[in-house]
Design a protein around this ligand. Structure first.
Ligand code: HEM
Length: 409
């Protein structure tokens, strides 16, 4: 355990020594007291001790919301460094400002319209049922691999019309795209480059192939036939595909695993939900708040301004820590507790807020909801039987493995 985490545990570390980008905080699950101190003592704090310094850490719900709702001051554009704490050359609309962002978003948005989701819901339920019914009873297995990764990967394979038997390749590509630490690691960087080149080659081929065919309902066909997307450079086209693969993968996966941890830590909430399945919709939203699958998003300030009493200069890096906004006690009383009927769970910031709010939010909720519904229908109890392993990364907030055993009551 790093010295910093030890000190924080007793609340003695000087604020200036705290680093919210220390990956050990997430690997060891010791991040809570660090953010509690920031929220309390310096909700907009200049971090100078991180490998990604300097950056402003924004940690309260209201100030994160302020940044999100002022995109004219806080830019997502990749020309300033984009949306990741590490400068990454994203070539897609999550890393664009208006008006280009709006045009691109419009192309993809219909994929997530209610009618499309209803159609996908049937496929999701069918596949979730098959996965759940194949799980061994009374034997230890890894929930992350057998359920969370499997279900999210299947969903992506449907969205992209990807060859079914090779679908785990999507998981791998997503992993390497998101692996921000690999960018500056001499051993890992070439592996990442090779994986991304593989992904690029596959999707370039598919894009050209689908362009020759009649328009279909999968994402590649939709993009290949869209006028706005047609004008993009290859890098931008592929960047947009990568965004959809990455955006929908680890995040939903980690919600499905977080859900199991939440019910193991708060068995009274599981009992409450089973007694009143009407609470499922809210329970799902609360899972996404409680887990917060994306730790933070970054912006770059484009004009001198003031935020939370601090002077922010043009060019400064500003990082909104969603994980902290979601633990803000002034908005969510007993924020560390998972509460199925929390009345304002929907105010969480896990999906961001404002013009870049997650496009796949409804789809993510649908996948988690179907899994939960099917578990409840079967009276299936999932018990965690060993320590879950958490990755040491800023690329997402979740689990590498989670040993469980299931039984039916
Ligand atoms: C629980 C699961 C998910 C979480 C926590 C999540 C989180 C987020 C967040 C925080 C943003 C905002 C980024 C910003 O403001 O800079 C975002 C944007 C986005 N997400 Fe998700 N996401 C999830 C699932 C999905 C899924 C399933 C898809 C699609 C398959 C998806 C696609 C996108 C896209 C395309 C954007 C960019 C929107 C824009 O810039 O206008 N996400 N997501």
């Amino acid at each position: 355990m790093s010295t910093m985490v030890d000190l924080v545990a007793v609340g003695k570390a000087p604020l200036e020594s705290l680093d919210p980008s220390d990956i050990q905080l997430y690997a060891q699950d010791t991040w809570r007291p660090v953010f509690a101190r920031f929220r309390e003592e310096a909700p907009v704090h200049k971090v100078t001790v991180s490998p990604y310094s300097p950056f402003w850490a924004v940690t309260t719900h209201d100030l994160c919301t302020y940044v999100e709702t002022h995109p004219e001051l806080f830019s997502s554009d990749s020309k300033y460094g984009g949306i990741s704490i590490v400068d990454l050359p994203f070539q897609n609309f999550i890393a664009m400002d208006r008006p280009r962002h709006t045009e691109h978003r419009k192309v993809i948005q219909p994929m997530f319209a209610p009618g499309e989701l209803a159609r996908m819901g049937e496929a999701i339920r069918q596949r979730s049922t098959t996965v759940i019914d194949s799980l061994p009873v009374g034997e230890t297995f890894d929930w992350v691999d057998r359920v969370s990764i499997e279900l999210t990967t299947q969903m992506l394979a449907i969205l992209f019309d990807f060859p079914w038997e090779n679908r785990r390749q999507l998981t791998e590509w997503s992993h390497w795209s998101r692996h921000v630490e690999a960018v500056s690691d001499p051993e890992l960087a070439p592996i990442r480059d090779a994986k991304l080149a593989e992904m690029t080659a596959y999707f370039s081929g598919e894009w050209s192939r689908k362009r020759q065919l009649d328009p279909g309902s999968d994402l590649i066909s939709r993009m290949a036939h869209s006028d706005v997307m047609g004008d993009l450079t290859w890098d931008e086209k592929l960047g947009t595909l990568a965004l959809l693969i990455v955006g929908g993968n680890d995040t939903t996966r980690n919600s499905m695993s977080g859900m199991i941890l939440a019910f193991n830590e708060f068995p009274d909430q599981w009992a409450k939900l089973r007694a009143d399945p009407e609470l499922i919709d809210n329970a799902v939203v609360e899972i996404i708040r409680w887990q917060t699958p994306i730790l933070a998003m970054r912006r770059t300030c484009v004009a001198d301004t003031e935020l939370g009493g601090q002077q922010i200069r043009k060019g400064d890096k500003v990082v909104m820590w969603y994980i902290s906004a979601n633990r803000d006690e002034t908005v969510f009383p007993e924020a560390d507790r998972y509460i199925v009927d929390r009345p304002n769970a929907r105010d969480h910031r896990s999906f961001g807020f404002g013009i870049h709010r997650c496009l796949g939010a409804r789809l993510a909720e649908l996948q988690v909801r179907i899994l939960l519904e099917e578990m409840i229908k079967r009276n299936m109890v999932v018990e965690i039987v060993g320590d879950p392993v958490r990755p040491a990364t800023l690329a997402g907030h979740g689990f590498e493995t989670m040993p469980v055993r299931i039984r039916y009551e």
